[in-house]
Design a protein around this ligand. Structure first.
Ligand code: GDP
Ligand code: ZN
Length: 335
């Protein structure tokens, strides 16, 4: 992708477009600065970024109104979920003057492989699985490791519970093991009466993101939990005057029963490529009490004498399956 050569003509065109963008941004800023100084903007108030379109943002005020805002050039980039201090202009648009501290940051790699923040202040990662296709333990572990690395609390959602023929199924037994490790496990179904009650409850009071393999029902769940959203998205896009503002970045939604969601197609995907062996071990929560207690400081936990992890596996304080799963993730060159 990045190796593609541009013709001189293409390069000149790109330079011209960039120069034009810079010029427009500079005049926009100058206008804003002037307005700020002349007192055309109201006092600073708190708000939250709910969408991001290039240089502009939608900021939701504390009273729930949404304002198209510009960013002061000296601010680092903002993402959905960011709490900000902003000032409202006469026409309802506004300017963001400061970003407030983040409690968490969710990052995703760009096409160039550089990690970039995509959402802020999330406090739940809902890892969605389904009765069909049945989840493998190693896949669950991969999602958990990636979630643990972010510092955001993961929860496991077992969707399509209506397809479960028997409570003795191996999938339920598998998920019980994760409950045993302290993870919340929520059963859900868009097809059964009351099938979303537990999920709705669990989302209350949190800012969540849904992740998981394709086909497990993430879109279906989100649609069912946000019945009015198609309408709201339509309203917002018709209100963007130039019509060219499309959001490819994440957007924040409110669940009617409480709680928020940050979502975009890209945010639902997960990779482990950026994690080294130490981070992967740390992503297995029950390994943590043993990490740092191996005889050798650079222990790879393979067959070293005095390995605290191997001893914990021997004494069954760590399950052999989870340990094998750890080794598998570490050994996977494609991770
Ligand atoms: P995504 O790729 O994770 O977004 O999954 P989709 O939402 O596209 O769903 C994949 C398929 O699973 C679709 O055919 C859905 O109709 C189906 N599906 C989603 N949720 C449920 C459920 O609770 N029960 C059943 N039986 N099917 C479901
Ligand atoms: Zn070790």
């Amino acid at each position: 992708m990045s190796g593609r050569k541009l013709t001189r003509q293409q390069q000149r065109r790109i330079d011209r477009i960039q120069a034009e963008r810079n010029r427009r941004a500079a005049s926009q800023e100058a206008r804003e600065q002037q307005k700020l100084e002349s007192g055309e903007f109201g006092p600073e108030q708190r708000g939250r970024v709910i969408a991001h379109f290039g240089k502009s943002l939608d900021v939701e005020s504390e009273r729930g109104s949404v304002h198209r805002c510009h960013l002061r050039a000296n601010l680092e980039s903002l993402v959905s979920g960011d709490n900000v201090s902003w000032r409202e202009g006469d026409d309802g648009s506004g300017v963001v003057v400061a970003r407030l501290p983040r409690s968490s940051t969710l990052e995703r790699p760009t096409f160039q492989g550089v990690l970039k923040p995509v959402a802020a202040n999330l406090d739940r990662i809902m890892i969605v699985f389904a009765v069909e296709p049945a989840p493998h333990a190693n896949l669950i572990d991969r999602y958990l490791v990636a979630a643990e690395e972010t510092g955001i609390q993961p929860a496991l959602v077992l969707n399509k519970i209506d397809l479960l023929s028997d409570r003795g199924s191996s999938t339920l037994a598998l998920l019980e093991r994760y409950q045993g490790l302290g993870y919340e496990v929520i059963e859900a179904s868009i097809s059964a009466a009351g099938g979303l009650d537990a999920l709705r409850d669990s989302l209350k009071g949190h800012i969540a993101v849904f992740v998981g393999q394709s086909g497990v029902g993430k879109s279906s769940l989100i649609q069912a939990l946000l019945p009015n959203e198609a309408l709201r998205v339509g309203e917002l896009s018709s209100d963007t005057r130039k019509g060219t503002h499309t959001t490819t970045t994440a957007r924040l939604y409110h669940f009617p029963d409480g709680g928020d969601l940050i979502d975009s197609p890209g945010i639902r995907e997960f990779g482990l490529g950026h994690l080294d062996e130490t981070a992967i071990a740390d992503g297995f929560v029950e390994f943590r009490p043993y990490l740092g207690y191996c005889r050798f400081r650079n222990c790879r936990h393979v067959n070293e004498p005095g390995c605290a992890l191997l001893e914990a596996v021997d004494s069954e304080d760590i399950s052999a399956e989870r340990f094998a799963s750890f080794r598998r993730i570490v050994a996977d060159p494609e991770r």
